[in-house]
Structure formats: C-alpha cells, structure tokens
Design a protein. Structure first.
Length: 431
C-alpha cells in the first residue's frame, strides 16, 4: 500500500503551471518509482482568475501562501515565486520551521539566504532542495553533491545564463545588433519583456556561481565584492573582430581556489573557437568541473524555461519521496567554512580592448605611452581608419597584466582627449 504525501505549490507562473501538470500526469509513474502516492493539496498564485491550461478546484486555492507553509496537512512545499527576500523567504522559512520539505528554483533566494535556510532545514530534519536554481535541467548540483562527492574540485567554469548565450550566439550568426537581438529574445520568451537587466548585467550568473562555490568548496555562501561585468556593452563590431581573431565571446561564470583563497567572477570572455564551451550556442548552458581524481567533467543542457526547470524540480521531488534527509549543501552547516577572498586586483590575465580615436599624427604614439605607463605590453594592434569621420577604430590584444593595472589603463584611456568613445574591454580566458 502506497504512502500518501501532500504537496503545496506556491507560484503558478510558467514554471509553476508546468510543474502542476507534470505532477498530475505522472502520478502513476511517481508511485511506481517511489512507492508514494502524491496529492496536490494546495496551490497559491497572485490571480486565481488568470487563464491557465489546466483546471483546478477552488477549494485547494489559497489567496495567502503563508497558510500553505503552516498547513499541518502539507508535507512538501514548492516555492516558485522568485525574489531573494520578502514573501519568498517568509514562506520557505515558515515551511521549514513547520517541518516541511521545501523545493525551490529560486537562485536569488539561495544565493542570499541559503546558509540560514539550510541551517533551519538541518535543525528541523527536513530537506531544502534547489537543483533547479542552477543550470535549469542540467543535474549539476546533484552531480556535485552525490556523483562527485569524494572528488576535490578546484575550478568550475560555466555558461550559466541562456539569455546572454542566445544573444551573443545570435549576434554572431545573424550579424545583427545587440538591441535587435535582445528584442527577438524578449519576443521568444528568452529574456524578460520588461526588465532584462539581471540577466544581462551578470547578477543572475553571479547568484549561480555563489551557489556552486558553496557546494564544490564546502564554504559558506560568499558575500564578496566580485569581479563582475555583463554583456550590455558588447557590440556587433566586437563579435566580428573576435571571429577574425579566431575567438568567440561568451559570458562565463567562474569560481576557483587560488592560493587557498576563493576567486569568483562573472564577465564576458574571448575564448578560442576550437574549445568545447565556445561551441555551446543558443539558450544552452554548460558547466565544466575540474577535480581529482575525476579530471575534467562537462555537463550541458537547456538552462532555462518551464520544461528544463520542471524536470529539475521533479528530480528534487523524487529524491525527497525516496526518503533521504540530506544536508542541503552536502555537508552539515557547522562543518562548512569561510574561505578568504582572493584579491581580484592581483588577477593576471590578457585583455582585448576596442576604442575610437581621432585620426591625426601623434595619437597612436600617445596611446601606446598610456600602456607603457600602466606596465601593460601590447601583443597585437589592429587599426581601422574611418576617413569620412576622421577617426580610427583601434583593437588591441595585450600580454598578461594585473587587474589593477588594467583598471588604471581603462581610466587613463577613457580620460584621454584623443579617445572619442569609451573603451570596450573583454578578458581573454583559457578554457
């Protein structure tokens, strides 16, 4: 005889609605695989009257989701509202305190409050699962927590935002501008229609990087002031120039240990075309894990959307139904440590710069002097004159230099009277 488990779903947007349908359509399959009969006993959303692809009894609809978190009949709560604080945090906190398992896709919540919420879950002997918060349908977190549990991982590199990857890939294939491709992404549902900033500026990727860091390095979630740039300043000219130089531009999230210090960063990178990750295009995500004794592992899949996200949520559900109480971050909260932060100013890397200057004698000499002053050596210089506007576009690839020298260089270039337009800069990454 199957055991009965009751579920509450808070948030019925695209993901919540897809999850609702998945659970109902796969009840029999879930029962066969886990020996558990699942029932959706409560749902909550902003608007009960919104048009949806499914019907539900109004008896299970809660206007206030707080009551779902407190309802003694509910065993598992899905939080699918979003946001790092406010109602999202409150319902998860209350559910855990009331000894309910919680499953969420909310990376902002976990990146900001994951330490506190994981300690609550451990205290109340329930699960806090968040596989869907990183990489969509890619089982990256479970792979780290279980499949690679005894490995010592020293670096993680990933394409972790499908919106940015789609935009950069589409700019290259269509030779269209950033603004036009962004509009297409919004129409297709790959980018937020009203405010896509958190995807484009790197914040979404950084939240995922912080979750990955906590898992692979067994540390408390960092609150560091990280090295972070988005893709908003990437222009078609950069995409074309990267192609000529045998590179592609990708927004990467990277976390690694350097000299026993944690270094997390998110920024556009020029990477060689013949590398695997350079050929991960469209809305796909990919994560490379470097560890011992496993070596290099790579996981790839769709990183966003109702399908991949609901797949990860269902994976978490079945994990709970099979009866294992697990540490949310793989180790007990008290065993997780704080790691000192690597000084980002000491980061050694090569750079790509593009800027426009007045096309007149002596300008190039004055520009190269700025590089010399900041102790940065030029590896390659490409000059493209525009006789009509009496300007020239200059592209420079540098030898390796410290981040602090590079920042000083950018400041000096942007304040140089001969420079007509602020510099576009991209770090060159060996992956």
């Amino acid at each position: 005889m199957h055991k009965n488990i009751n579920i509450g779903i808070i948030g019925l947007g695209q993901i919540g609605s897809r999850l609702y349908e998945e659970i109902l359509s796969k009840k029999k399959d879930i029962g066969i695989k886990t020996g558990v009969n699942v029932n959706i006993l409560a749902i909550s959303a902003k608007n009960i009257n919104k048009k949806r692809n499914f019907k539900f009894s109004k008896k299970i609809f809660y206007k206030n989701p707080i009551y779902i978190a407190k309802d003694p009949r509910i065993d598992i709560v899905f939080e699918l509202i979003g946001y790092s604080d406010g109602l999202s945090k409150k319902v998860v906190e209350l559910a855990l305190k009331n000894k309910k398992h919680v499953i969420t896709a909310n990376k902002a919540l976990i990146a900001k409050n994951g330490d506190y919420l994981s300690s609550l879950a451990e205290k109340n002997k329930v699960n806090l699962e968040f596989e869907a918060s990183v990489g969509g349908g890619i089982p990256i977190l479970r792979t780290i927590k279980e499949g690679l549990a005894t490995n010592k991982i020293n670096k993680v590199v990933g394409i972790l935002n499908g919106t940015c990857n789609y935009i950069l890939s589409k700019m290259e294939s269509s030779k269209d501008s950033f603004a036009n491709v962004l509009r297409k992404a919004q129409i297709l549902g790959y980018a937020e229609p009203r405010d896509p900033r958190f995807d484009l500026n790197g914040y979404d990727t950084l939240a995922k990087v912080r979750i990955l860091s906590a898992l692979v390095f067994n540390n408390k979630i960092s609150k560091n002031n990280c090295l972070m740039n988005g893709i908003e300043n990437i222009e078609l000219e950069d995409i074309k120039m990267a192609d000529k130089l045998n590179f592609r531009i990708k927004l990467l999230g990277i976390t690694e240990i350097i000299n026993n210090q944690l270094f997390e960063r998110v920024h556009p990178c020029l990477i060689k075309k013949d590398t695997y990750i350079a050929n991960v295009n469209g809305v796909m995500n990919a994560v490379i894990l470097e560890g011992k004794p496993v070596g290099q592992s790579l996981l790839q899949g769709e990183g966003a959307g109702p399908g991949p996200t609901s797949s990860a949520l269902m994976s978490d559900l079945l994990s709970i139904l099979r009866g294992n109480i697990k540490y949310p971050f793989g180790l007990p909260f008290k065993k997780r440590k704080k790691i000192n932060t690597y000084d980002k100013n000491q980061y050694l890397n090569s750079f790509y710069l593009r800027f426009d200057v007045k096309d007149k004698p002596g300008v190039l000499s004055s520009i190269t002097k700025v590089f010399t002053k900041n102790k940065i050596s030029i590896k390659n210089l490409i000059q493209k004159p525009d006789k009509k506007n009496k300007t020239a576009s200059i592209v420079i690839l540098t030898h390796e230099a410290r981040e602090k020298n590079f920042n000083s260089l950018i400041f000096n270039l942007n304040n140089n009277k001969s420079v007509k337009k602020k510099s576009t800069f991209i770090r060159i990454e060996k992956v």
